[in-house]
Write a protein that binds this ligand. Sequence first.
Ligand SMILES: O=C(O)CCC(=O)C(=O)O
Ligand SMILES: [Fe+2]
Length: 336
Amino acid sequence: METTVATIDFDSFDHGSADEKKIVGNAIAEAFRRQGFLKLVNHGIPRHTIEELFRWSERFFALPDAIKAKAPHPPNPIPNRGYSGVGLENTSIHGSQENKVTLIDLKTFLVTKALFDQECFDQGAEDDRLYANIWLPEDDLPGFRSFMEEYYRIAYQCQQRILAALELGLGMAPKTLTGRHSRAENELRLTHYPLVPVKQLRGGNCTRISEHTDFGTITLLFQDAVGGLEIEDPLQPGRYRPIESTALDEMIVNLGDCLQHWTKGQLRSTRHRVHIAQSDLDADPNAILAERFSVAYFAKPNRSCSIQSLAAECPPGEQTVGDFLLQRSSTTYGYA
Ligand SMILES: O=C(O)CCC(=O)C(=O)O
Ligand SMILES: [Fe+2]
């Protein structure tokens, strides 16, 4: 596998000729076939919007625990809504078990829980027919809800344009993919990985989020400069390579399980994790590893679609996307 993922300029899909659009679509399809990951620049989400998004995330996670607890994630895998504090998610159940003995998963290796865990805030569509969002009272963080709702809409439009490009690249009829996302039954997740004192981590590689695949169709991710995201080499299972962002507004797009199913494995849902390299740990035993922020927008098909085929209606005997996602979430959150 190449050590760097493809960087694709989306501007010529939005503003180019039919031929230029097709070239972008082909490049996206090819990157998903080979690696399941790509980077997108000129994707149409303004840099200032992404900077504002990260500022809201910082403000939200800086609130006292007692305030964040006013928007609690329900004690069930579904719906994935609201604030999750310490120890709720367990992605380590998924994906490869290789190297498990040498890994210290920060979610299970809690010496001081406030320092070591990750916290998240999850949100769905405003008009989700099944699951309502869980917000803080407006006075606790005025403006947060309206910004996040606006960002959800912006990310949805971007997701639909990327899927339209992929339709072209795969030679699918228009709306084959976008039409199956008409309800925006997606999830937007803010994640905060708190700072870690290096001396408490010496003696082994550590992971901030264990290896896993994403469940949906595509994920649009922004990460800050701290880094740590790694993807598995499809040709060498168990070997992970870093994927860094050169700018805050560089979008990382990865393919999820639903699209892997729909394309019968032609496109890859690649395992990935957020890792702390041994070299970082060795550098300075008195160092504190920086906190890290990321924002992921998980695009998912309408729940009524089939996970197995692109049939217009889910045929009897085929699993629906809704049931598939419920099954995956149940295991992730350790309730199954
Ligand atoms: O925080 C990141 O950079 C990636 C997180 C991730 O892979 C996920 O939440 O599915
Ligand atoms: Fe992920």
